[in-house]
Design a protein around this ligand. Structure first.
Ligand code: HXC
Length: 257
């Protein structure tokens, strides 16, 4: 597939997707949606890939859903098309995706970053849900995912005032896992993804599934789910290899079997 709004590269076992609509600060339109979802699905299906990084430019990860595309939508259009539900497809990717966020991550941009498994921020990152300033509200998960990341008080503050949160506040409040100098952002995110891609893929995928389950279920059910997955990993060669390598003081050679 040829892409027009994103760049797609492979770095070793890592798939790198870069949003690339610089003139619109990577505003997310239907074409970006289709291309990101297609690229992520292709990496997900590629046995040579163990993890992905989704990034934008130094000025903007993404300044939101494309306001010019949305402007003329009627209620009937938005509802009948289930406008932007397609992004949910990204959350069904089973391999980890790291969002590497520099600059603006606003509205749908912030929501897209939160659909990834974790966010590494450049020190110039600015997160926000400014939809309220446009006469609407978050529509790609902001009211739900932001609340789970940062709690009710801060989520209400962000969604109701539309103010931006800088990288330090985002790290302090648990929205991002780490902040790095913006010049090193892509390399740091690729390094983290490469580290993940070295591990046994089934254990990586089950770990992602289990952590995500924490948002979907009760503690007792979540613990039970985790324990069942944990037990099942003992059926893999990679468990034998990983533990033998530790005991023999050598590096494991995982085969994803
Ligand atoms: C379409 C956008 C855009 C967007 C920026 N641009 N954001 N186009 N949709 N979300 C375009 C501008 O129109 C402009 O194009 C060019 O990108 C550069 O933007 P400027 O505003 O000139 O840049 P700057 O002065 O540096 O300001 C940066 C900014 C500002 C603070 C990020 O662009 C901004 O406030 N953008 C909108 C942010 C926003 O409200 N996002 C939420 C969208 S709603 P031209 O052609 O004029 O040069 C949303 C809903 C999600 O995301 C739910 C969906 C289901």
């Amino acid at each position: 597939m040829t892409y027009e709004t994103i760049l797609v590269e492979t770095r070793g076992k890592v798939g790198l997707i870069t949003l690339n609509r610089p003139k619109a600060l990577n505003a997310l339109n239907s074409q970006v949606l289709a291309e990101v979802v297609a690229a992520a699905s292709a990496f997900n299906a590629d046995p040579a890939i163990g993890a992905m990084v989704l990034t934008g430019s130094e000025k903007a990860f993404a300044a939101g859903a494309d306001i010019k595309e949305m402007q003329a939508l009627s209620f009937a259009d938005a509802y009948s098309q289930d406008f932007f539900v397609g992004w949910e497809e990204l959350t069904r990717t089973r391999k980890p995706i790291i969002a590497a966020v520099a600059g603006y991550a606003l509205g749908g941009g912030c929501e897209l970053a939160m659909m990834c498994d974790f966010i590494i921020a450049g020190d110039n990152a600015k997160f926000g849900q400014p939809e309220i300033t446009l006469g609407v509200m978050p529509g790609m998960g902001g009211s739900q995912r932001l609340t789970r990341f940062v709690g009710k008080s801060k989520a209400m503050d962000m969604c109701l005032t539309g103010r931006m949160m800088d990288a330090a506040e985002a790290e302090r409040s648990g929205l991002v896992s780490r902040v790095v100098p913006v010049a090193e952002l892509t390399e740091e995110a690729l390094k983290a993804a490469a580290k993940i891609a070295e591990f046994s893929l089934p254990s990586v995928m089950m770990t992602k599934e289990a952590v995500n389950r924490a948002y979907e279920t009760t503690l007792a059910e979540g613990l039970r789910f985790e324990r069942r997955l944990f037990h099942s990993l003992f059926a893999l060669d990679d468990q034998k290899e990983g533990m033998a390598a530790f005991v023999e003081k050598r590096k494991p050679n995982f085969t994803n079997r």
